[in-house]
Design a protein around this ligand. Structure first.
Ligand code: ADP
Ligand code: ZN
Ligand code: ZN
Length: 682
């Protein structure tokens, strides 16, 4: 039999077994000096090697039925499309305890992690919603009708402005599937969005106390919880699987509908190991299983918009907010000729004061955590730099902000390096070291000075490091215990704040001139999303964006809430210069101790690809190898080579020939490399 193993080697591995073993079965096999769990992928009638020369399977794991054919097909597609060995796709997709030898062999294994006693009967389908649903408005009803009328596969792009009630559409579209006893896969971008959604799904579907009917899956779960959710889905007990990108690899025997909420969100892209896009795999899976896929967003990715415009996807629109509230009014405050107070314009301060008086909440959005992005010396210009990276270290204030002598430290956001703040400038000895610029911690501090009576909360990666703390902070906001919320992109999306009237945006310009070609798209989506948090339930919502460049297309489109105009403009621009979605890209990244080595490898790889492409007649554009923007991280130098083609099959064919030859290009060089297909950031 041929077995897929989680090792960085191409191909499958041959083993023999005395009894027949079905495809999809997990087995424990010897590999070198180790034992590993693998998945049986083929059982050829005639073994590739002479029987005597192959090792025997040590143990056939029968605690689960074999992984189903459609799961194997998805893993197979992902491996081929993203150019990874099959075993490196399949095994990491399983809950850890199902792929650990120690869970099955050894003193404490107790027969494996799967308890039989868990095999409860599948939950009965629920016909009625427990909580009264709001009546759908005409556009929502039309969207639900269009989705439920789909026979077989179709991908739907549900373009609904923020607050238009997309969740309601998803729920109604799911009802008939659930009533038939089918399963629904509901993908969300972030863990911190799941508690609110989980609650409303439970109450709306009538399952407040049927934990098995709805399973939740994300990377923040303990191993046991993750296994339980996975098993409930795989056995068909869970009718709805709500989860983040990794949920795409869960076997769902009766899958009838896939929903991808906030489909534009970059969190759907895995950034290490198998660099897959869960959204793109969802579309593939829907086609493979012959079921509808709903991609929903107020700001669809330009890729999805392009497919919808061309008629590949069915476009459905919700152009109005569902509640009787208008979209918030947007104001651009031109900060070029303004005297700012600690980064705040008089307009924003005044607006914050007014909301406080009315007892409404405000949100200050700033995509920069920490106290200040850099510490600098007033007399010689020294700036705090990470000794291991080509990046500044960020000044952070330790928790417990009240009290004498704030404890401050310098953090590198790239490698995790930390250091105490020097007492004096390391270069000139001057003691006048000053924080430059502002992060969320400093903004929080300024707000406390401006509005001493206000209750202020900060939500960013630092304040939510402890498990459950994000949920707790959001709960406080929802319970009205917070007047002003300061946060990074964590607060920008998804949340249905009931009493939030004002959104203030600081420092958006920083993203405007990033040289990634997707920067304007990302900025526009982020601003639309964060603006969409304002005035969802209360009238008179307002958004104030401080900028030095109010004339930029991104801001002008934002002013008019004009996603469509922005998308048209951006697509025309992309088409004229041949960028995605009018071209397909792959990115080869190399890491080495010396930059020259990384560049040498990429140069050789480029020559090799040129030859291979010529052989198979593929038209590719190969860029020159270049250092990454942050070239050194943790003392490793990094460079990249971008490959592009107008024709996806050409790119795929070339990559498939190229990957097995890359070890030749690395010959004699101490270099590590990885390939990313459809990179989001280049
Ligand atoms: P979106 O996800 O499109 O931003 P939500 O699904 O969060 O919007 O809905 C916004 C708000 O509108 C929610 O409070 C929701 O309960 C409410 N809502 C949805 N549909 C309707 C409707 N038909 N009538 C009244 N309120 C609705
Ligand atoms: Zn100095
Ligand atoms: Zn560093």
């Amino acid at each position: 039999m041929r077995v897929a193993l989680d090792v960085p080697l191409p191909g499958l591995f041959d083993y023999r077994s005395d009894c027949p073993v079905a495809v999809g079965t997990r087995v424990i096999v010897p590999f070198g000096r180790r034992r590993m769990v693998g998945v049986v992928v083929e059982t050829p009638a005639v073994p590739a090697l002479a029987e005597a020369s192959i090792k025997a399977v040590e143990q056939v794991l029968d605690d689960l039925p074999p992984l189903p054919a459609d799961w194997l097909a998805l893993a197979g597609f992902a491996a081929q499309y993203y150019q990874r060995p099959l075993g490196e796709v399949m095994l990491p997709a399983l809950p850890a305890s199902l792929r650990k030898v120690s869970a099955y062999q050894g003193p404490r294994s107790a027969g494996g992690p799967v308890q039989r006693s868990d095999k409860r009967r599948p939950a009965a389908p629920h016909a009625v919603a427990a909580e009264p649903a709001p009546g759908l408005n005409a556009q929502q009803a039309e969207a639900v009708h269009a989705i439920t009328a789909i026979q077989g596969h179709r991908t739907v792009l549900l373009h609904g402005v923020t607050g238009s009630g997309k969740t309601e559409v998803y729920l109604h579209a799911a009802q008939p599937v659930l009533q038939r006893g089918g399963q629904v896969l509901f993908l969300v971008p972030e863990i911190n969005l799941t508690p609110q959604l989980e609650q409303s799904l439970r109450s709306r579907l009538g399952w407040p106390d049927a934990p098995a009917a709805l399973a939740v899956l994300h990377s923040g779960l303990a191993e046991g919880e993750r296994l339980r959710a996975w098993l409930a889905a795989q056995r068909g007990q869970a009718q709805v699987l709500l989860g983040t990108r990794l949920s795409i690899f869960t076997p769902l025997p009766r899958l009838g509908l896939i929903i991808v909420d906030e489909e534009h969100d970059a969190s759907y892209k895995q950034q290490d190991g198998l660099r897959y896009s869960a959204r793109d795999l969802a579309v593939w899976l829907g086609r493979d299983r012959g079921i509808p896929v709903v991609l929903g967003s107020a700001t669809p990715s330009l890729e999805s918009w392009y497919h919808a415009e061309r008629g590949h996807y069915l476009k459905l629109t919700l152009s109005q907010r569902a509640r009787q509230v208008e979209l918030p009014a947007i104001r651009l405050v031109d900060t070029r000729r303004l005297a700012l107070q600690q980064g705040f314009s008089p307009q924003l301060l005044e607006a914050l004061g007014a909301r406080l008086e009315r007892g409404e909440q405000s949100l200050i959005f700033l995509n920069r955590r920490g106290y200040a992005p850099v510490l600098s010396c007033a007399s010689c210009g020294w700036v705090s730099q990470c000794p291991r990276c080509s990046a500044y270290t960020v000044l952070h204030r330790a928790a417990g902000r009240m009290g004498a002598g704030h404890r401050q430290r310098l953090h590198c956001h790239h490698c995790g390096y930390q250091a105490p703040v020097p007492a004096a400038c390391p270069d000139c000895g001057d003691q006048d070291l000053r924080p430059m610029g502002r992060g969320t911690q400093r903004v929080e501090e300024h707000l406390a000075e401006f509005f001493p009576q206000a209750r202020i909360a900060r939500i960013d990666a630092d304040s939510t490091r402890r498990k459950g703390s994000a949920a707790q902070l959001f709960a406080q906001v929802h319970a009205g215990q917070v007047d002003i919320l300061v946060g990074t992109q964590m607060v920008a999306k998804g949340h249905d704040f009931t009493n939030l009237g004002l959104v203030g945006v600081l420092n958006a310009d920083a993203m405007l001139f990033a040289h990634d070609f997707r920067a304007p798209e990302r900025l526009f989506a982020q601003l639309m999303q964060v603006a969409g948090r304002a005035g969802r339930h209360v009238r008179g919502g307002e958004v104030i964006v401080q900028t030095d460049y109010p004339e930029q297309a991104v801001y002008q489109a934002l002013l008019r809430h004009d996603y469509t105009g922005f998308a048209q403009y951006s697509l025309a621009e992309r088409e004229s210069i041949g960028l995605p979605p009018y071209a397909y890209q792959a990115l080869l990244t190399a890491e080495a101790r010396e930059l020259a080595v990384a560049l040498e490898f990429l140069g050789r790889a480029r020559t090799l690809l040129q030859e291979l492409a010529a052989e198979c007649g593929a038209a590719l554009s190969l860029y020159d190898p270049i250092p990454l923007r942050v070239v050194r991280v943790a003392n490793i130098e990094r460079a990249q080579l971008l490959v592009e083609s107008r024709h996806r099959p050409s790119l795929q064919a070339s990559l498939a020939r190229w990957m097995p030859r890359l070890p030749d290009a690395a010959d004699g060089l101490r270099v590590r490399y990885q390939l990313e297909v459809d990179p989001l950031e280049i």
